[in-house]
Design a protein around this ligand. Structure first.
Ligand code: ADP
Ligand code: MG
Length: 286
């Protein structure tokens, strides 16, 4: 092994904004068969915006903003931003709970309030009109959350996070190399499919609970080595499980720590560049 080649490779990467933190990933790169991507913040910009509100807008926003104030989820940030723009202030709530992969709940004004997706609604029956709205909005690649008090759904909020301008080109490059591309997300199947279609992803696994992402990576490892690309706290176990963990530089510290490679420019086209550089560097040192 020639450490010089490794240094040259990592030095060249650093200049391109590709940090190879862990030389061990280099050995796996030649055998990567599948590249698995997180959706939010990785394929998409990660700054969701409220686009539609169904129901009494002021009431829906007041309840949703009050409940989401203690949440750190990107969807919560979108709702709070929209409430602020509409000059609607949050009211204090008690007993706030985040329900993983589903939403949030708290006591609002003496009622059991909630904001979340379909999975949170097991005790409710959606009326046909709201159910149709949900499907229509999801087909437009918008994430739908319902807002409710006690047994009543008072409205819904649609939130959109657009694909990064370079994501489609990045995916096409990897496919041209014969790699299989997969999107792994906690978001709804319809929304995930709509984004996947825009960027050309081969396969979608949606409605994945945060704790299950690493297991999904493991399943793909049955068919060859896997690279995982992600940015969130909940991506860290999958980044560690993957043969090549690639973290976005804009990601959370926990994701960056877990990644063997870091893409400083947050440009998904650098995944292909990172794989090519790693391959070249490895072939020189072996
Ligand atoms: P990902 O980061 O992969 O998109 P998450 O597991 O964070 O997935 O969230 C999955 C889904 O759970 C969201 O798309 C949304 O429907 C629901 N959800 C999670 N947190 C919240 C929240 N604070 N408010 C409303 N809905 C939420
Ligand atoms: Mg993410």
């Amino acid at each position: 092994a020639t450490p010089t080649a490794l240094m040259v490779g990592t030095g060249r990467g650093a200049k391109m904004g590709i940090l190879i933190k862990n030389g061990e990933v280099l050995g796996a790169v030649n055998d990567v068969k599948t590249v698995v991507f997180d959706k939010t913040g990785t394929i998409t910009v990660g700054q969701p915006q409220v686009t539609d509100i169904v129901g009494d807008e002021a009431q829906v926003l007041r309840i949703a903003a009050s409940l989401e104030e203690s949440s750190e989820h990107p969807l919560a940030a979108a709702i709070l931003k929209r409430a602020q723009a509409a000059k609607i202030s949050a009211q204090p709530v008690s007993g706030f709970r985040a329900i993983e992969g589903k939403g949030v709940a708290a006591q609002f004004d003496g009622h059991n309030g909630f904001v979340g997706n379909h999975k949170l609604l097991t005790d409710f029956k959606l009326d046909d009109k709201l159910a149709q709205q949900e499907i229509r909005l999801q087909n437009e690649a918008k994430t739908v959350v319902f807002v409710g008090l006690d047994e009543r759904i008072i409205g819904l909020i649609a939130i959109q996070d657009v694909a990064k301008a370079t994501s489609a080109e990045a995916i096409a490059k990897l496919k041209a190399r014969g790699l299989k591309t997969v999107m792994l997300t906690g978001d709804n199947e319809r929304v995930a499919q709509a984004i996947a279609q825009q960027v050309g992803i081969d396969e979608v696994i949606a409605d994945v609970l945060p704790g299950d992402k690493a297991d999904q990576v493991k399943a793909f490892q049955q068919t060859g080595k896997v690279a995982f690309v992600g940015d969130g706290i909940n991506d860290a176990p999958a980044l560690t499980m993957a043969d090549v963990g690639i973290a976005m530089g804009s990601g959370t510290d926990i994701a960056i720590d877990a990644g063997g490679i870091v893409l400083v420019k947050n440009d998904l086209r650098d995944v292909d560049k990172a794989l090519a550089l790693s391959r070249k560097t490895f072939n020189r040192i072996k």
